[in-house]
Design a protein around this ligand. Structure first.
Ligand code: 2HA
Ligand code: ZN
Length: 270
């Protein structure tokens, strides 16, 4: 059996949590990440038949039955993951139609998975239907995107269009646009279902006055989506109160998308 602490999925996870903390996106114990692994990928490092503990999840997600995820722990600080991965992370397999989580490694202090497991698992299911290559769901609290949800309409077409106009890169990176949810209680199945519904059409979902979800085929892609949206939101917050002299027009946005051959979210450009 190979050393799980040297697995590429583990070193990627550790690097990503550390960088997110350094970006100020994950104050205290906030933020959470889940990474889908293939059974044989996990089996190189652990005995996937040996279940350490079984924890009820409080939801069902039959399409993910038997799937294995590396997940951040509830109450755990991203800044500590690199120093104690086995305590701050866990490897779990969904069982019984998603109603149970079988811990295969980690959560070594008796802890458990993130409180946002419903939103993560339901989003994985939604994205896997849209893109079978999706592996990552990532959540955090970047300040400029949050600030924007206090001063900008939450209409998701308008929210997306504003971010697209803030830098040329935006429409290149998220031509599918941004889903926006109004304030809702976090950690619940309701917000999980609402997030997953938005995830059918876009890979970024903003939770007003709370944070953002990004997904991707790997951690870099999910991180990069959040990074690009947050940069655009920062430019918005730096300029929204100033007299705007120049912008990127719809014709120019279309030119960017056409140049890259990207399909833009239907109806989002005039
Ligand atoms: O894990 O970010 O949304 C703490 C949170 C809850
Ligand atoms: Zn949060």
């Amino acid at each position: 059996m190979k050393n799980i602490l040297e697995a590429p999925f583990m070193t990627d996870m550790i690097r990503t949590t550390a960088i997110m903390y350094d970006h100020g996106w994950d104050e205290r114990n906030s933020g959470n990440i889940s990474l889908l692994l293939e059974e044989d990928e996990a089996a190189e490092y652990i005995d996937t038949k040996a279940v350490l503990r079984t924890i009820p999840t409080g939801f069902s997600e039959p399409s993910l039955d038997g799937r294995i995820f590396l997940v951040t722990g509830t109450g755990k600080y991203f800044k500590n993951v690199e120093y104690a991965p086995e305590m701050n992370l866990g490897l779990l397999r969904l069982a019984d139609g998603g109603r149970q989580a079988e811990v295969l490694w980690g959560f070594s202090d008796g802890g458990k998975f993130t409180s946002e497991l419903p939103a993560h698992m339901m989003s994985h299911a939604a994205r896997l239907s849209a893109d079978p290559g999706n592996r990552v769901v990532l959540h955090c609290h970047p300040a400029n995107l949050l600030a924007m949800t206090y001063v900008h309409t939450l209409d998701e077409r308008e929210f997306t269009r504003t971010l697209w106009r803030m830098c040329t890169e935006s429409i290149m990176i998220f031509p599918d646009g941004i889903g926006v949810l109004p304030w809702m209680l976090c950690g619940t199945n309701e917000i999980g279902e609402a997030t997953a519904e938005k995830m059918k059409l876009s890979r970024i979902v903003v939770w007003a006055q709370h944070g953002i979800y990004g997904v991707g085929r790997d951690l870099d892609e999910a991180f990069g989506l959040v990074e690009t949206a947050e940069k655009a939101a920062e430019i918005y917050m730096k300029t929204a109160h100033l007299r705007i002299l120049n912008t990127i027009s719809d014709a120019q946005l279309k030119k960017i998308a056409d140049h890259l051959g990207h399909t833009v979210r239907e109806g989002y450009l005039d």
